[in-house]
Every structure is written in structure tokens, then in C-alpha cells.
Design a protein around this ligand. Structure first.
Ligand code: PMT
Length: 221
């Protein structure tokens, strides 16, 4: 039954946004609430897994019997993920990691100048956390990414699956109202090298249970 489909497995899940500092009082981030990743952590734990949840800044309670590691920016999330992934069977990247961060963090609060009407921020690339895990040649877990897209959802997700060398990608159309970022609901398409499977809109907690069963079936083959 689903009550123990992940018994004995170690699962690592990233969740929430990252926050990339600009100065002591400002940052770049996104609307991820962490709900999808936390729901997956709870579902995996209830399915018998030992779960480590690496969380960006979110306002959610830790699911029972889940080990939580709090991080703020992408490089901290990468360090925590790399450490936790060494001992895991399944890695799920549900976090909305900032692709870029400000090239430098001002030591003091940035000031606007008199008559200043424009300002520009130089950004540099952040490490790709899930691609780093998936590129391992040793201690490589079954690696699952998410794809948050606003158009051509399946095509873009397919190309991410291949480019990042993932075993599975879970695509969500984040342009649909009442789905994706911050909503309690989501609708996804699960894609792997053998095909795709769409799960209609449901509560993230219910969707998480279905996703964990699909992942358990794939990792038991
Ligand atoms: O947190 P919620 O409010 O519940 O919303 C859930 C969600 C919409 C954030 C979630 O379902 C989701 O889609 N997460 C991935 C969001 C995202 O940033 O997707 P992406 O297409 O930019 O990234 C693709 C994959 O690479 C993701 O697995 C992401 O975690 C990973 N990634 C991206 C960039 C980076 N530097 N490192 C990464 O690991």
C-alpha cells in the first residue's frame, strides 16, 4: 500500500524561494511559498521515507518527523543540498531558486542620488543546484526537477529534463490562476524518458501523495 511505498529510502527535498541580497535591507526573490515542497516532504515521510527538507525563507510549519535545514540564498541551498544528497536515494528540487544574484552586495544601504530617475543592477549566474546533483558520477540519487513555465509548458519541461540530465521533471503551468506559486492547488504533468502523465488540479497535499506514489513506483523498477 501507499503507507510504506518509500520505506527505508532517504529523500531530500528543496522548497521555497531563495533570497539574494542587494544590500543590508533589500533582496531579489520570487513568490514561492514552499507549500508544494513541504507537502511532498510530508507525503514522503508518511510513505516511510527519512526526509530532509531544505527550505528557503518560508512561513510554514515543519512536517512531523522531517529534518529541516533552513537556508536563505542559492549558494547556501546548494551547499546544504550537496551535503544532504550524499546519503540520499531520491532528490526532489521543488525550490524556486533564483537563477541570478546581484554581482555584489553593498555593505551599506544603497542611497538614491538627487535627480536619479534610473538605476541598474548587475546580476551574475547562480549555481544550478539540481543539475549539479544530476551530473554526479558517484552517489547520484534518482533526481527529480520541477519546471515552472508560463508558455509551451511540456516542450520547455522536456528540454530541461534533458539539459539538466534529470530522471523526471514535474511541469506546472504557473500562468493558470489558482495554480503554481503560492496557491493551495496545483496541476502538473509528470515527464520522464518514457512519456508523460497529467495530474489534474488538486490540493498540493493530495497531489503530493500521488507524486510520491509515482516516484516510488519508478524507483522500485
Ligand atoms: O512554493 P509554492 O508556492 O508551493 O509553488 C510551487 C512551485 C511553483 C515553486 C513549484 O511547484 C515549482 O515549480 N518549483 C520550481 C520552480 C522553478 O524555479 O522552476 P525552474 O523552471 O526555474 O527550474 C527548473 C528546476 O531547476 C527546478 O527543479 C528548480 O528547483 C531547479 N533549479 C533552478 C535554478 C537553479 N539555480 N537551481 C536549481 O536547482
Amino acid at each position: 500500500g501507499s503507507g510504506d511505498c518509500l520505506r527505508g529510502k532517504d529523500v531530500v527535498i528543496t522548497a521555497g524561494p531563495t533570497r539574494e541580497a542587494l544590500d543590508p535591507v533589500r533582496y531579489l526573490s520570487n513568490h514561492s511559498s514552499g507549500k508544494m515542497g513541504f507537502a511532498l516532504a510530508q507525503a514522503a515521510q508518511r510513505a516511510g521515507a527519512r526526509v530532509t527538507l531544505i527550505a528557503g525563507p518560508v512561513n510554514l510549519n515543519t512536517p512531523t518527523h522531517v529534518k529541516r535545514v533552513d537556508v536563505v540564498d542559492a549558494r547556501e541551498m546548494r551547499d546544504a543540498a550537496e551535503r544532504a544528497a550524499d546519503l540520499c536515494d531520491i532528490f526532489i528540487s521543488a525550490a524556486a531558486v533564483a537563477d541570478f544574484r546581484p554581482a555584489s552586495v553593498a555593505e551599506q544601504k544603497l542611497k538614491k542620488q538627487e535627480d536619479q530617475d534610473e538605476s541598474a543592477i548587475v546580476l551574475v549566474k547562480n549555481p544550478d543546484i539540481v543539475a549539479g546533483i544530476a551530473s554526479r558520477t558517484e552517489r547520484r540519487p534518482f533526481t527529480i526537477g520541477f519546471a515552472a513555465e508560463t508558455q509551451q509548458v511540456e516542450q520547455y519541461a522536456q528540454s530541461k529534463l534533458q539539459r539538466k540530465n534529470l530522471d523526471m521533471i514535474i511541469a506546472n503551468d504557473v500562468s493558470c490562476a489558482g495554480s503554481g506559486f503560492n496557491s493551495d492547488h496545483n496541476a502538473v504533468t509528470v515527464i520522464d524518458r518514457n512519456g508523460s502523465h497529467t495530474l489534474p488540479s488538486a490540493l498540493k497535499t493530495d497531489l503530493a501523495k500521488q507524486l510520491i506514489e509515482i516516484i516510488a513506483a519508478k524507483t522500485q523498477q
